[in-house]
Design a protein around this ligand. Structure first.
Ligand SMILES: NC(=O)c1ccc[n+]([C@@H]2O[C@H](COP(=O)([O-])OP(=O)(O)OC[C@H]3O[C@@H](n4cnc5c(N)ncnc54)[C@H](O)[C@@H]3O)[C@@H](O)[C@H]2O)c1
Length: 311
C-alpha cells in the first residue's frame, strides 16, 4: 500500500510502467538517495517493485559497491555476507582467504582480494580492483584489526608500530583512496570505521590497541567534517565483546562467564548480530549521522553498578 502511494506520487497515478522500468527510473534519479533502487540491469532482484524492494530501498544497499577489510575474520565476513545478501557487490579484503568463503552470496557478488591494509600500494590496487569490477565504491567498511597485549612498561615498539600501522594507518590508507574515488565520481558514499569500546573505556595491559582504537574515533570525526560537503558520511562503531576468534583467543570458559555477567543483556554478541549495526551505519537508515561513535555493547559501558551500593 505504502509503496503504491509512493510510486503514484513519484510517477503519477495514471502512468503505466513495468516494475523494471520504474526500477530503472528510480535508479537514474541518483539524487533520490533514500529510495535508490540499485542497478536494475545487473541485479534482477532490484527490478521487483514490491514491499521487499521498499525495504531494500530504505536501506539503500542494493546495487551498491562496497569494500570490507578484515573480511576473512569474524565481523568482517559477517558484514560481507550481509551486504551481499542485501544486494551489494563486495570486494572482500584480507591478508588471506580460505577458498570459497563467500560462495553463493546472491544477489550481490563477492570478490576476494588479498592485501595488507598497512601497505598503501596494496590498498591502491584493492580500490582499483573494486572500481574495475563494480565501477565505483559506495561503501567502505574498515574492519581489519589486530591486538597484542602489553603495558607501558613492557611495551615492545615493534608490536606498537605494527598495531598502529594495521589498526589506524590501514584505515587512513583506505579512507584516502576511497574518498578520492567517491569525490571523483560524485558518489555520496559512506565510510564505517570499526573501533572498539576500548576507545572509551580502557583495560590494563592493552596500551597499543586502546590507543589505536581511540585514534579511529578522532580520525572518524576529522574525516566526517572534511567529507561532509561532498555528502560522504563517516561514522565509527564501538563494538563490545563479540564472539570471534579475535576475542575468544583471550577467553577461558571461566572468563567467558565473567564477561557475560558484565554485559547487562547477558550474552557475548554473535558476529552476525554485530554486522547488522555495521550495515546500519553503511545504509540510508543512518542518513543524518556523520562523525559519530555508535556504541554497541549490550549495555556494558552504561553499567556503573558497584556491588554493595544500593539506593
Ligand atoms: N571481537 C571483539 O570482541 C571486538 C570488539 C571490539 C572491536 N573489535 C574490532 O573488530 C574488528 C574485527 O575483529 P574480529 O573480532 O572480527 O577479529 P578477527 O581476528 O576475526 O578479524 C580480523 C581480520 O583482520 C585481518 N587482518 C589483520 N591484519 C590485517 C592486515 N594487515 N591487512 C588485512 N587484513 C588484516 C585478519 O586476517 C582477520 O581476518 C577489529 O578491528 C577489532 O579490533 C573486535
Amino acid at each position: 500500500m505504502m509503496i503504491d502511494s509512493y510510486l503514484s506520487r513519484l510517477f503519477g497515478a495514471s502512468s503505466i510502467r513495468s516494475p523494471s522500468v520504474i526500477a530503472t527510473e528510480l535508479y537514474q534519479r541518483k539524487d533520490h538517495g533514500t529510495f535508490l533502487l540499485g542497478n536494475a540491469r545487473d541485479n534482477p532482484e532490484a527490478s521487483m517493485v514490491s514491499t521487499r524492494s521498499f525495504e531494500a530501498n530504505l536501506l539503500g544497499i542494493t546495487g551498491k559497491s562496497a569494500i570490507v577489510t578484515g573480511a576473512a575474520g569474524g565481523m568482517g565476513s559477517s558484514t560481507t555476507r550481509l551486504l551481499a545478501r542485501l544486494g551489494a557487490n563486495v570486494l572482500a579484503v584480507d591478508l588471506h582467504f580460505k577458498r570459497n568463503q563467500f560462495r553463493n552470496m546472491m544477489p550481490g557478488k563477492v570478490l576476494n582480494f588479498e592485501a595488507d591494509v598497512s601497505d598503501y600500494s596494496q590498498v591502491k590496487k584493492a580500490v582499483s580492483a573494486c572500481v574495475r569490477s563494480f565501477s565505483d565504491v559506495d561503501i567502505l567498511v574498515n574492519c581489519a584489526g589486530i591486538l597484542k597485549g602489553g603495558t607501558i612498561l613492557d611495551l615492545d615498539f615493534k608490536d606498537w608500530k605494527r598495531i598502529i600501522d594495521v589498526n589506524l594507518v590501514g584505515y587512513v590508507n583506505f579512507a584516502k583512496e576511497v574518498s578520492t574515488v567517491m569525490i571523483r565520481n560524485k558518489t555520496r558514499g559512506r565510510i564505517v570505521n570499526v573501533s572498539s569500546t576500548a576507545a572509551i573505556s580502557a583495560e590494563p595491559g592493552n596500551i597499543a590497541y586502546c590507543a589505536s582504537k581511540g585514534g579511529i574515533v578522532s580520525l572518524t570525526k576529522a574525516l566526517a567534517i572534511e567529507l561532509a560537503p561532498q555528502g560522504i558520511r563517516v561514522n565509527s562503531i564501538a563494538p563490545g565483546w563479540t564472539e570471534t576468534p579475535f576475542a575468544t583467543a583471550y577467553l577461558t570458559e571461566k572468563s567467558k562467564e565473567a564477561v557475560r555477567k558484565r554485559i547487562p543483556l547477558g550474552y557475548i554478541c554473535p558476529p552476525d548480530e554485530m554486522a547488522r549495526s555495521i550495515v546500519f551505519l553503511a545504509s540510508d537508515m543512518s542518513s543524518f549521522m556523520t562523525g559519530t561513535i555508535m556504541v554497541v555493547d549490550g549495555g556494558q559501558l552504561s553499567d556503573s553498578t558497584i556491588p554493595g551500593v544500593e539506593y
